[in-house]
Design a protein around this ligand. Structure first.
Ligand SMILES: *Cc1c(COP(=O)(O)O)cnc(C)c1O
Length: 482
């Protein structure tokens, strides 16, 4: 591991070779076996994004007066996105670095809107289903807003009556997802927005993953509940371009129904010796490349190609959904509205299933409450469905055979379950930090057998211990040589 600047610069070719070699252990998304993190619509689309990114590699979106080019791209990207999502000439927004920043902005805007219009609501509360993305938790953590989480129904959609009951005199905003990440279902946005309208509250729709998919999926004839600005009461939306927009990473849009609402998002400082400083979003310097690449990809694909891509992605998603449901002991949770879904089981340990799939080269995220494996189907997967289902059935067969791994996993999980009943909390904390060692999860290496660790985490009664365990891992990951 390098800990010091080299005294003398190294040759360019050698640097590139070292970097290519460092990729060796990375997940191999090009093979279409990774079900999160990377969205790929083909090499021609990547080439357009890269050309545009490189052409505007040096430009800075901080000062729009210096680069009218970037201002044009951002304004048009925001306007095209607003139009796609039922917006009109009033709809206002900005580009951000990603879904998290868009959500941070929506929450900060709501807080400052409430400071002006409802200064008595202290601390301000946001009511949201527990399926909403952790970016809202991050926003609440940063901006001192309280989250009031409500359960979801058996269909994993937000329970509007539970949300109604959770609204208090401190509430400033309601949230719904289109769709939610864990099970890919669209919340009843019409009902949530109506409740918000009734109580004079803001209503944010998190369409980070769905914003560039649902409009096309609906146009293809699939049934999609109303979710965008065409629904009265929706006041803001977050939409990621670096997911199903197939733009370069670092591109999302935050939209507001009116410029007056967006005004609460802005930041200005007028008494700095360095001059008058104004900034629309969280970031100061903003990479011109990601703004330019988003504009380029949206213009390159156009509605027709987005529709064609969505059509193939949905065809693949349906094959996967039906194939999983036809596998005895496995099921797709709820009724996903598009191409995001979760595999659950009443029979098998799905984390052990995830490990088996891992041995066959598939990279699937693990989820909890309930335990599932997650699939975000994108264009990189259109020819992978049959192989995936084949390997899934093989993995299930393996799980049905007794093995040493399975015994040791259940012994470890059982040990923690027992320990949590008899040990004092401090001893349990030590045990949980030690568990990263004996389950073999270390540094940034990808665990091949994670069932023991996930099983244990799900068993621990004290979620604070789990938080500490995960924070320990994060700390180690950026210090040690994996
Ligand atoms: C991905 C996602 C986010 C967060 O977006 P980032 O770009 O990862 O910051 C928020 N909400 C939903 C529903 C998402 O799928």
């Amino acid at each position: 591991m390098t800990t010091q600047l080299p005294t003398r610069g190294r040759p360019r070719t050698e640097i590139m070779e070292t970097m290519e070699a460092a990729r060796d252990q990375d997940v191999r998304w090009r093979d279409g076996k990774v079900w999160s993190l990377v969205f790929h619509a083909g090499d021609d689309v990547s080439a357009v994004a890269k050309d545009a990114y490189m052409a505007f590699f040096s430009e800075n979106g901080l000062n729009p007066t210096a680069f009218p080019s970037l201002r044009k791209f951002e304004t048009e990207v925001v306007a095209m996105t607003a139009t796609l999502l039922g917006g009109d000439a009033e709809t206002a927004g900005n580009m951000t670095s990603g879904g998290t920043e868009s959500i941070l902005m929506a929450v900060k805007t709501a807080r400052d809107w409430a400071r002006t219009h409802h200064p008595d609501r202290q601390p301000p509360e946001i009511v949201l289903p527990r399926s909403a993305h952790p970016a809202f938790d991050k926003a609440a953590h940063y901006f001192d807003v309280k989250l009031v989480k409500t359960p979801v129904g058996d269909d994993f959609r937000a329970d509007v009556e539970a949300m109604r009951a959770a609204v208090s005199e401190k509430t400033i905003m309601l949230v719904g997802s289109a769709p939610s990440y864990p099970q890919g279902v669209v919340d009843p946005i019409r009902e949530i927005a109506a409740l918000a309208g009734e109580r004079g509250l803001l209503c944010h729709v998190d369409a980070c993953v769905g914003g560039f998919m649902l409009p096309f999926v609906r146009k293809l004839g699939y049934s999609i509940p109303d979710f965008d600005f065409s629904v009265p009461g929706v006041t803001s939306m977050s939409v990621d371009l670096h997911k199903y927009g197939y733009a370069a990473k670092g591109a999302s849009v935050i939209l507001y129904r009116t410029p007056a609402l967006r005004r609460f998002q802005f930041f200005v400082s007028t008494d700095w010796p360095g001059g008058i400083y104004v900034s629309p979003t969280m970031a100061g310097t903003r990479p011109g490349g990601s703004i330019a690449a988003a504009w380029a990809v949206m213009n390159y694909l156009g509605e027709e190609r987005y529709l064609q891509i969505a059509s193939e992605v949905m065809r693949t998603a349906v094959i996967l959904r039906d194939g999983v449901n036809a596998t005895a002991g496995l099921q797709i949770m709820g009724h996903p509205h598009m191409s995001v879904m979760a595999i659950g089981s009443d029979v098998y340990d799905v984390f052990a299933l995830g490990d088996e799939m891992g041995l066959r080269g598939w990279h699937l995220d693990r989820q909890q409450f309930p335990s599932t494996l997650h699939l975000t189907v994108n264009y990189a997967h259109v020819h992978m469905a049959d192989q995936f289902l084949h390997d899934l059935r093989e993995s299930v067969l393996t799980l049905r055979r007794p093995s040493l791994n399975k015994v040791s996993t259940s012994l470890q999980v059982g040990a923690v379950r027992l320990a949590s009943k008899v040990l004092p909390p401090s001893a349990l904390s030590r045990l949980t930090s030690a568990s990263s060692k004996f389950t073999g999860v270390k540094g940034a290496t990808m665990p091949t057998r994670s069932a023991a660790m996930y099983g244990m985490m799900a068993e621990l009664p004290n979620r604070g211990d789990v938080d500490q365990l995960v924070l320990d891992l994060l700390d180690q990951m950026t210090r040690e040589d994996g």
